[in-house]
Write a protein that binds this ligand. Sequence first.
Ligand code: CU
Length: 154
Amino acid sequence: MRLALLAAAMLGLTAGAAPAQQTAAPANVTVRELNKGPAPGDSFAYDPALIRIPVRGTVRFEPTTAGHNAVPIPALWPEGAPALNVPYNQAASVTFERAGVYGLQCTPHAGLGMVALIVVGEVDLAPVVARIAAIPSLPPRARAKLIALANGFT
Ligand SMILES: [Cu+2]
């Protein structure tokens, strides 16, 4: 069983590998838009790229470096949730009223992996990994990053 889980994790196909967090998610998270992300190999990135907030939590976007925006990944956006549009080079605060998993991308840099996952409320991320893998339009680096995020890796 352990080997099977390890093999699945290596394939990036399973969720739940992250250690359990005992602390409640902060209600407000600031996300920086960066030309060079904190992880090895990152180029353009949101930091953090995996954001957990409770329902009615707020994410503040900071244009730490210029040239970035944040818009939904349409196939990874809760049905009926309002769209989001963080303009280029502007700070913005967005409050999320509905539980779910929200995929974000930077329009010019999604192909370079500048994507983020906002997890609002208590959500099981295991089925999200399969959903991400099945989105046909995702650039490979965006897909790989989103699957890593859904597996709890930041
Ligand atoms: Cu960007």
